[in-house]
Design a protein. Structure first.
Length: 366
């Protein structure tokens, strides 16, 4: 079994990153073999996987297997900076380039010169920065904010994402040319639920790690606890497993973890087909529905969408015109006119008339 761990850091206590990765499951072993093949090249790599699956660990492993292993490895979370600061952080700035720039500062590209730059959550980069990033990757030079002088760089870029960049491209949120520049080699990390052979080795690693920190002796898992761990879905992946083990060690007794000691979450997370975790708002779902309409239909969409919204709202309000008008923010007269136009009121009356007629027939027959 091969184990990867992150360097010790105080920030890991509150991080959502995976701090350990094993390659025991057949899928993980296949991934390890793939990494050994692509690591020695200078090709850019796009690492795709859910939060907590170990994307940074894999990036570090690629760096350590490459010819750049003696150079720096710099990891940057692209979603951690505001849009106004991300350019200065990535490419550097000169003194006075903006308010608060009291001295010149090298950016992350310069810091990673001769080594590897890992750009996590690449999908969070603003479009304007994507354009500049593409130029840096093409020209192999950076221009600091507030400067006109280009600085040559020798950096291998590894990027990671937990979202569908193809869909972001279709939605106009990510540049297609940048995607192809980053995605020379693609590495897919499977979520923990899809590689069950890694669950117990990881659990034992975290037990040993936290037992040592807490000053405990040897701690073992009962057979029932092992089955409970192996049968759980792990929506938070490796990081969730680590947190569960840490909490369990605080409450277990007599150096043995029983199944009742394991407090597993009841939260259910909807996922897209690829397994990427999503927690979409109503607005995001609406945007996806619009995108599907745009892809599949042409012409007269405004009327179709308007009629569908009115019809759905009317039925949601149990065919009450006043409630429908209030829900949509329209007057009752406008709502009634539009309902008549699309045939909803006529259909409703016909149903009511048919129901009343059937009731009279039943009463007469009695």
């Amino acid at each position: 079994m091969q184990l990867l761990t992150l360097p010790p850091s105080p920030s890991l206590a509150t991080s959502i990153r995976a701090t350990a990765q094993v390659f025991e499951d057949p899928r993980s072993q296949a991934l390890l073999a793939h990494l050994k093949q692509v690591a020695p090249s200078e090709a850019s790599v796009l690492i795709i996987g859910e939060t907590g699956t170990g994307k940074e660990l894999v990036a570090r492993h690629i760096h350590n297997l490459s010819g750049r292993r003696n150079g720096p490895f710099v990891a940057v979370n692209c979603g951690a900076f505001s849009e106004s600061l991300v350019e200065a952080e990535l490419f550097g700035h000169e003194k006075g380039a903006f308010t608060g720039a009291l001295a010149a500062k090298a950016g992350w590209f310069e810091e990673a010169n001769g080594g590897t730059l890992f750009l996590d959550e690449i999908g969070d980069l603003p479009m304007a920065i994507q354009v500049k990033l593409l130029r840096v990757l093409q020209e192999r030079e950076v221009v600091r904010l507030g400067s006109r002088k280009s600085i040559p760089i020798n950096v291998r870029v590894l990027a990671a994402t937990n979202v569908h960049l193809e869909k972001a491209i279709n939605a106009g949120n990510f540049r297609e040319d940048l995607y192809y520049r980053l995605n020379v080699v693609s590495v897919q990390l499977h979520p923990l639920r899809e590689r069950p052979g890694d669950i117990l080795p990881l659990a034992r690693h975290f037990i040993a790690t936290y037992s040592g920190r807490l000053g405990y002796g040897a701690v073992e898992l009962s057979a029932e606890a092992e089955r409970k761990l192996a049968g759980y879905d792990w929506p938070g992946n490796i990081r969730e497993l680590e947190n569960v083990i840490h909490h369990t060690l605080l409450i277990c007794r007599n150096g043995r973890i029983e199944q009742d000691d394991l407090r597993l979450s009841n939260i259910r997370i909807e996922r897209q087909d690829s397994g990427a975790i999503v927690d979409e708002s109503a607005e995001a779902l609406l945007q996806r529905a619009f995108q599907k309409l745009f892809d599949e239909q042409a012409g007269d969409l405004h009327v179709k969408v308007e009629n569908a919204l009115l019809r759905a709202a009317y039925r949601f309000c149990h065919c009450n015109q006043v409630h429908t008008a209030n829900l949509l923010g329209l007057s009752r007269n406008i709502t009634r006119t539009r309902l008549i136009k699309i045939g909803e009121l006529e259909v409703n009356r016909r149903r009511s008339d048919n129901g009343a007629r059937a009731e009279r027939i039943v009463q007469l027959s009695i």
